[in-house]
Ligand binder design. Structure first.
Ligand code: CAA
Length: 258
């Protein structure tokens, strides 16, 4: 997909930026929009010049959830045939580090999209929540699973049952968000972090990401075996030779992802 209708895509240095661009409906995630986001993320993931992917929203929302207009008349059989969450599943296997720069409301599918990213940087005015319960439904793109794994079942249940919103500050306290910044500095701070990560050895970043993801699902021993294999694998890279030689020669390393 090279023409985008619902998103704007650009690259700044080694950072690929995807902006959700349907502000008139608070970036409600239509199926077309999700397909575009996933296609853009996958294109960046295959591009060796892109070391970090940033997702953000245009206007006052990051994304106010799945497009309610589009799904109001759905039935289970149509949903089964659409298999729309397959697009979301593809986000879970992206290897490039992904940062969500949450500029405003991140609700329902919007919160799920942010949770699909590896790190969340939030504007101080951002709010997070799962209001699906108020529509008589529940999250369907991983929200019950990802939130529970992050903050535990009791706290997750309270937010999922009440549909209440968390402020950026509360989300930070719960470990959902790693940085909260003033709204006008959101992109500047996110890009600073992205560019910092883009200087790091990309293979190490990818294998660390994979190992941390395993830590969430694997028992400790299996997770440690997985970690060890990735550790060994990195010794096949030129970046390992360069990183250690640079240390010993007291100079700055230059990592190339090889
Ligand atoms: N789907 C479709 N349209 C949406 C939308 C959504 N999720 N969220 C907002 N919009 C539209 C509104 O209909 C409105 O359009 P019009 O101007 O044409 O009427 C426009 O965006 C602006 O929204 P509001 O006028 O409602 O703005 P507000 O400031 O008064 O309220 C809000 C903001 C509280 C976020 C409110 O828009 C809202 O409650 N939105 C729905 C949030 C929601 O329930 N999200 C969960 C969706 S289900 C889901 O995501 C399932 C899943 O797991 C995949």
């Amino acid at each position: 997909m090279s023409e985008w209708n619902s998103i704007a895509v650009r690259q700044e240095g080694a950072v690929g930026i995807i902006e959700l661009a349907r502000p008139h409906v608070l970036n409600a995630l239509s199926r077309q929009m999700v397909a575009e986001i996933v296609a853009a993320v996958e294109a960046f993931d295959r591009d060796e010049t892109v070391r970090v992917i940033v997702l953000t929203g245009r206007g006052r929302a990051f994304a106010a959830g799945a497009d309610i207009q589009e799904m109001a008349d759905d039935d289970p059989i149509r949903l089964e045939w659409l298999n729309q969450f397959a697009d979301w599943d593809r986000l879970s296997i992206v290897k490039t580090p992904m940062i969500a720069a949450v500029n405003g409301l991140a609700l329902g599918g919007g919160f799920e999209l942010a949770l699909s990213c590896d790190l969340i940087v939030a504007s101080a005015t951002a709010e997070f929540g799962f209001p699906e319960v108020n529509l008589g439904v529940m999250p369907g793109a991983g929200g019950t699973q990802r939130l529970t794994k992050l903050i535990g079942p009791k706290r997750a249940l309270e937010w999922l049952w009440t549909g209440e919103r968390l402020s950026a500050k509360e989300a930070h306290k719960l470990g959902i968000v790693t940085r909260v910044v003033s709204p006008e500095l959101l992109m500047e701070e996110t890009m600073r972090l992205a560019q910092r990560l883009a200087q790091q050895p990309p293979l190490a970043l990818r294998l660390i990401k994979e190992a941390v993801q395993k830590a969430v699902d694997y028992p400790l021993y299996e997770g440690m075996q997985f970690e060890r294999k990735n550790f060994y694998l990195l010794f096949a890279s030129e970046d390992q030779k360069e990183g250690m030689a640079a240390f010993l020669e007291k100079r700055k390393p230059r990592f190339q992802g090889k």
